[in-house]
Design a protein around this ligand. Structure first.
Ligand code: F6P
Length: 497
């Protein structure tokens, strides 16, 4: 099959590895998906198809005549990228209404159901003339890319592209389609928010794949249950198989590891050292750190409320501890996200006002995306706070301990994908329980050096056990196995004689 036969592997996702700016510069795409795929895209013969996200991206796509662009990134990555420009209005409905917040909120249990969402014509049209259109645009690019290839393999990524597999399947029944979902898959009832027709289209779209992958066994279980509850399909839970139309869809879990080598290399860079000098100059006895996209699922507000409570209940720590929160503004055209940023800033002001002194600011809020600055802080935290309400994996929970040099303790929400692997060595918290989180901060800061070091060693061992290459290899092994089985099982062609 083509994974072995030298034909290029086709990756498709909304966000690509780079974004071009008007001044000709480029920035690295953000988020776990890009981190996961960069190794695959630069080490194997792969073409990465992604949405053009800026006007400069659209210009580059046009100049390239919709053919792959050869991209060299400042950090040494090398990719073949096809950027696909969609109609701006369609893209707005796709990204700002359907993918975020509608699907994102369903898949992180974020809807406050007595208040929202209100689904009206506007949302339905965003699905019909936005989400579907962008899926069609990317599907067309995929179909063009695999034209003439025998048994091509297409790896589809994330919740932006649930309709695309059915579109590619209709044009190329012989293609092998693999879809990895980087965010949680929630239980059946969460999906009942989506009107039946839309939900059906989403499930029919994703079930056109041959294999569907998730980060954890629990998301895999939820997906299988949804197929039974919402689609009335026959499901083999133990084997992880859904029977759909005349095919078997395999449902698997592949927890994403971090690229430890790359992260350690960043940790040794000169720019990280500059940030460290500044950080060490300003640090108090204890440093609590969080690094996140400013996303509602990350539970930033309860993190600050817990810190507020901790300072109230343990005044002996006042002036001895600083909470550094590095948050990257995200999806700011979505009203829920813009409002969330405002609420974050307001709560930080309240906590700083309540406990701060003329020369001590309890919470230092940094609203920016700077990998080196974050890595410098990873090295020196005493406590890493990852208290997401629900999170597909959470790579910060893996990167932080890898480079930490102070026997830092991880406080980790039990609802993150990373908890399945790291829970044993972290202080597990229920992300809604503010008192438990305040207590965990206290336990972490008063824990003996030996116990802290033991936990950190456990975490370091866990996060270096596997790398993203292993993650890809596991998926490719399943692709080979399933494709091989199908070739064996397919009836021999009829003898024309
Ligand atoms: O990893 C989950 C994810 O939603 C990716 O799909 C996405 O690229 C990333 O987080 C960041 O989100 P966005 O692309 O909307 O900035």
């Amino acid at each position: 099959m083509s994974v072995d036969s030298g034909a290029p592997l086709v990756l498709v996702s909304n966000r690509g590895p780079v974004t071009f700016e008007e001044d000709g510069s480029m920035s690295r795409g953000t988020g776990g998906l890009v981190t996961a795929l960069t190794g695959l895209a630069s080490h194997r013969d792969a073409v990465w198809i992604a949405s053009a996200m800026t006007t400069a991206d659209a210009k580059r796509a046009k100049e390239a005549g919709d053919e792959p662009i050869h991209v060299l990134t400042p950090n040494g990555g090398e990719y073949q990228v096809t950027l696909v420009a969609s109609d701006p209005e369609a893209y707005d409905g796709f990204y700002n209404i359907v993918a975020n917040p509608m699907l994102w909120f369903i898949q992180h249990y974020l809807w406050d159901l007595s208040n929202a969402p209100d689904i009206r014509q506007h949302e339905i049209e965003a699905f019909d003339y936005g989400y579907r259109v962008v899926n069609e645009d990317l599907a067309r690019a995929v179909i063009k890319q695999i034209d003439g290839l025998e048994h091509p393999v297409v790896m589809v990524h994330d919740y932006h592209l649930y309709l695309l597999p059915a579109m590619v399947r209709a044009a190329r029944p012989d293609a092998f389609l693999h879809h990895f979902v980087h965010i949680p898959w929630t239980q059946s009832d969460a999906w009942r928010v989506l009107p039946g027709r839309l939900r059906d289209e989403v499930f029919r779209g994703i079930l056109a794949n041959d294999i569907i992958g998730f980060h954890t066994t629990s998301y895999r279980r939820n997906f299988l249950q949804c197929c039974e509850d919402l689609m009335g399909l026959e499901v083999d839970h133990a084997a992880g198989i859904v029977r759909y139309e005349d095919r078997e869809v395999w449902v698997r879990s592949y927890p994403l590891p971090i690229d430890a080598g790359a992260t350690l290399q960043v940790a040794r860079s000169a720019r990280v050292r500059q940030f460290e000098t500044e950080l060490l100059r300003r640090r108090r006895d204890h440093l609590i750190l969080r690094v996140d996209r400013a996303d509602l699922s990350k539970n930033v507000l309860r993190g600050f409320s817990a810190f507020d409570l901790f300072l109230e209940q343990h005044p002996e720590f006042r002036e001895h501890v600083t909470f550094v929160a590095q948050l990257m503004p995200s999806r700011t055209d979505v009203p829920e996200y813009a409002e969330y940023l405002e609420r974050i800033e307001a709560l930080v002001a309240v906590v700083n006002h309540r406990h701060g002194t003329p020369d001590w600011m309890p919470i230092q809020l940094k609203l920016r995306d700077d990998l080196e600055e974050a890595v410098a802080a990873y090295k020196h935290y005493d406590v890493l706070l990852v208290n997401a309400m629900f999170d597909g994996m959470n790579l910060v929970a893996k990167e932080g301990p890898l480079v930490n040099e102070r026997a830092g303790v991880s406080i980790l929400s039990e609802n993150t994908g990373a908890h399945e692997e790291l829970g044993e060595y972290a202080l597990s918290v229920n992300p809604f329980d503010i008192q438990e989180l305040a207590d965990a901060i206290h336990s972490a800061l008063t824990m003996s050096e030996t116990r802290r070091a033991e936990r950190l060693e456990g975490l370091k061992a866990k996060v270096t056990e596997r790398d993203p290459g292993d993650w890809i290899d596991d998926q490719l092994a399943d692709i080979r196995q399933k494709a091989g089985l199908e070739l064996e099982l397919s009836p021999p062609p009829l003898d024309p004689a």
